[in-house]
Design a protein around this ligand. Structure first.
Ligand SMILES: [Zn+2]
Length: 409
């Protein structure tokens, strides 16, 4: 709401050129975001809550309804003789494309503005270079769009990948997991996917999803930790994701969380990367006699089935994550610290993480009260990628709505 400008006169302002256009765009975004966050309000309720004139909101709502971005629900009785017509986001017609460019397999999804998957496909490309992998992903996306998006608006594409990403430039600077360096994704893609296209880093895409569809509905001040095979963190300050001066904020993988002399590729020992990642959990499980486990899902399955060694390994991992969480809370003082990734899939052992935060945070036992698991218990990077596009649409809805719709077949 920080950009909202009030328009006491109502309606468009005359003779102000771009200023009037900018005001209208800001107010349109404010109405769109308000309906997104508070579905079921009427135009007059929105006007009252945003401090806009009823005429202004009526004009904006008409434009958003015409663009297919909002839906008017069946009217209910109003208090002033006029019918009260609740508005909500049109979750089923406009779609966004989401792509997670993974190191060996990529995911492509068509998602509604409600954050739910409409259709998806996985694209294996192990052993292939960045250019060839992107070609395979584009081909799969075309098939998915042809099969599922006919007759609907496709408002753009969000792409997420691991490592260091320069979002404004559309470049993967360094994705060590995939072995990709200096990949100019936007140039490779030029015109081949529904525009506009956003390229973002996995962790920031996860934070964007949390902001739109998860804990962000209650708090716009949080730090998100992503704990999977990759480890990172993202700071959300007053609803804005902070990427950092050189786009590399949130590198927590090499925080020291143990005195054990476990070597890390960075040259130090006891880093979160080698104590708390999915691979570290799998290796520790094998060390403790669970020789059959190949990857993290096996450990999670065993823990859910009550295997004590698997539970103990996950509790130990949560203690390492808890030590890093304590440092983040002490440095940033967020309202919430959200833990996403595989720890969110085993809430039964979450208490070990909280206990470690209570024990190690300088802020003390109260700090643990701010730590929550992600509301996206299943980590779906292609949906998170799509949510970056939804954020762009909410910020400028009419700038994204396109009149051209693929003909229905
Ligand atoms: Zn390290």
């Amino acid at each position: 709401m920080e950009h909202l400008e009030r328009d006491p006169a109502g309606g468009p302002r005359n003779g102000r050129g771009h200023r009037g256009d900018d005001l209208r765009r800001l107010n349109t975004a404010a109405v769109m975001k308000h309906v997104f966050g508070h579905p079921g309000l009427s135009r007059s309720e929105i006007a009252a809550q945003l401090g806009l004139s009823a005429a202004s909101v009526t004009n904006i709502a008409s434009a958003l309804l015409e663009a297919g971005l909002l839906l008017a629900l069946p009217s209910s009785a109003g208090g002033q003789g006029r019918p009260r017509i609740p508005l909500e986001i049109n979750a089923k017609n406009p779609l966004v494309l989401g792509i997670h460019l993974g190191p060996r397999t990529s995911g492509v999804v068509l998602m509604g503005l409600d954050g739910l998957e409409q259709a998806s496909v996985l694209v294996p490309h192990a052993g292939k270079g960045a250019g060839e992998s992107i070609d395979l992903v584009v081909a799969a996306a075309e098939v998915l769009v042809d099969g599922h998006a006919r007759g609907r608006q496709l408002l753009g594409t969000g792409i997420a990948t691991g490592g260091i990403v320069d979002r404004p430039a559309g470049v993967i600077i360094d994705n060590p997991g995939a072995g990709w360096h200096d990949v100019h994704v936007m140039e490779l893609l030029r015109g081949r996917l529904p525009a506009p296209v956003i390229l973002e880093n996995n962790a920031r895409a996860a934070a964007q999803s949390e902001l739109l569809y998860g804990h962000g509905r209650q708090s716009n001040d949080f730090v998100l930790m992503v704990i999977t095979a990759d480890i990172g963190s993202v700071m959300v300050d007053d609803g804005r994701i902070r990427a950092g001066f050189s786009q590399t904020a949130g590198q927590i993988a090499h925080l020291r969380v143990s005195d054990r002399q476990v070597p890390c590729p960075c040259g130090k020992t006891g880093c979160l990367a080698v104590m708390g990642s999915d691979d570290a959990v799998t290796a520790e499980a094998r060390r403790r006699g669970l020789g059959q486990v190949q990857h993290i899902e096996h450990v999670l399955e065993l823990a859910l089935a009550g295997n004590e060694a698997a539970i103990s390994v996950l509790e130990q991992r949560n203690r390492y994550v808890g030590r890093a969480a304590s440092q983040l809370i002490d440095i940033h003082d967020p309202e919430l610290l959200v833990v996403a990734g595989t720890p969110a899939e085993t809430p039964a052992v979450f208490a070990s993480l909280l206990a470690e935060v209570s024990r190690t945070a300088h802020a003390g036992a109260g700090a643990a009260g701010r730590v929550v698991l992600s509301s996206d218990h299943v980590f779906s990077l292609s949906l998170f990628a799509a949510s970056t596009m939804v954020d762009a649409i909410l910020a400028d809805p009419l700038g994204h709505a396109v009149p051209e719709v693929l003909p229905a077949t």
